[in-house]
Design a protein around this ligand. Sequence first.
Ligand code: M6R
Length: 615
Amino acid sequence: MCGIVGYTGKGDVIDVILKGLTNLEYRGYDSAGIALRDENKIKIYKALGKLINLKNELETNKSEIKNPTSGIGHIRWATHGNPSVINAHPHTCTCGKLAVVHNGIIENYKELREILISKGCKFKSQTDTEVIAHLIADEYANTKNLEAAVRNAVKKLQGAYAICLIHEDEPDIIVGARKHAPMLVGVGEGENFIASDTTALIEYTKRAIYLEDNEIAVISKDKIKITDIEGIEQVKKIEVLPWEPVALSKLGYKHYMLKEINEQPDVIRNVLNGKISDIQNPVILNEVSLNKDILKNLNKIQIIACGTSLHAAMAGKFLMEEFAGISVEVEASSEYIYKRTTTDSSTLVIGVSQSGETADTITAIKQAKSKNAHILIITNRPDSNMARLADSLIPLNAGIEVSVAATKSYIAQLISFYLLAIHLAEIKDSLPKSYLQNLKHEMIQLPSKIESILSDTSVIQACARKYSSYKNFIYIARGINLATALEGALKLKEISYINATGYPAGELKHGPIAMLDETMPVLSILIPGGITYEKVLSNCEEAKARNAKLIALTSSEDENINNIFDDVIKLPKVSEILSPVLACVPLQLLSYYIAEFLGKDVDQPRNLAKSVTVE
Ligand code: M6R
């Protein structure tokens, strides 16, 4: 959500921290700040808004910055206290000798604040983070040792934190600590790093050490020490990061979102790679250790996810019930946490998450794990905290997704669910072999069909221009494409700020039809040959009778379609069951072009963050 970078070493401290923050900026971006250890003093610079404003602030003050040897930086997504320079991190203690940045939420900050005020601490901001600075300074007054002070202080914190700090009296060491929020140490030569995500390190090192909850890291330019909460030194593995710097390039596209939409054919090829070697043979899903015996004892599947991943989960439910006849429940993670669930040791719980760091889903998965369920995680980040909770793991292999609006990770999640549902059907022998062979054959064709959609987007762009001034939309569909309608509406909402609702087409007449008139376009997904086609068409006629503008997303060749609908976005020929994989692409493009025409910040829409690490 927020982003942290700490650096000490031979390089240009400001440059390294700013580059790291730039690579994290997609995660949260209402203000930014940096603390530098320069001429044995801590100097702090902050700015409201995007990182460019902090860069300008540093430029304005460059004459007073001499030769910093270490520093910490932060980009903020506000939780406590509005976005402002005062609330931006780093925060300091009363004497100003210590600077700390923080991701997460300190739940007991009000109590701690009262105690610290009674001890004479002067608070400046409305943030929960500032208590951490005062608390560590208070402990430092007793211990005169920063590592020990951090250890004593974090024992008093309740909630989630990844913190990184420097102190004027402890030259060139940076201390990091974490609990329920990600943090890693980047290992360099003559330099070392602390960061909240690997993308901050990508340009400098491929070697990293992941901190576990309650671990504390102390780094200097040529030493790394990691201890547990009691101060016992830990032997940690240095992992090699999989990403290349090019993963963060826009490759000539105007926005990451457009680049990521265009990457989808290759993403599907990657996901399918090695899984369907021959359509005659079963899919190869070695990651999922579900054999006949486990399946025999399995009485249900629960899928937990948020946002776009939740929509992929809805399609997944449809597929697993349809192909394998297993009962599947889908639950928003934030709802699963606060109810009495029926999860037990004979439940397969699937957590779906692009980032693998979504706090709601991590908490829900931990809850399911405590009930002894088998945990399968589907994520784009096998290096994430969520992945570490998995009994089985399906990595999405979609490459880093930078744009806040999820696109290529959604398509990778969909394909993963098709493979999983086929895998279950093959183990259970629940579908005719010929059906599965045809399905696999058609799946292999999907990338080239998406390429044909991407090769000519003129109709979608014309629709985007025509409808960009409308204030409300309804997206309707039935069956497996209900998930597509919900996802299409979410994409429009989040990047254009237009009110868009996804709805089961058959439910329109039970309420929402009251809203329809010429100001409310209805976008419907119609796949001829499918069992829902005629019924969705009738629902569209009902909308037309109320003067709604009708947009069809369809593979229909029927000329009559043009008489019913105001606009028709054509899909390549596809079976209804596989159509969500194609249908999501024009909907992503429609949202993209509408947001573009409206001049919105496509990749970093307001109020959002790529990875939501608070509940
Ligand atoms: O990383 P996750 O898949 O767990 O994230 C879940 C949602 O926060 C995410 O899908 C969000 O809805 C996106 N902005 C959708 O585009």
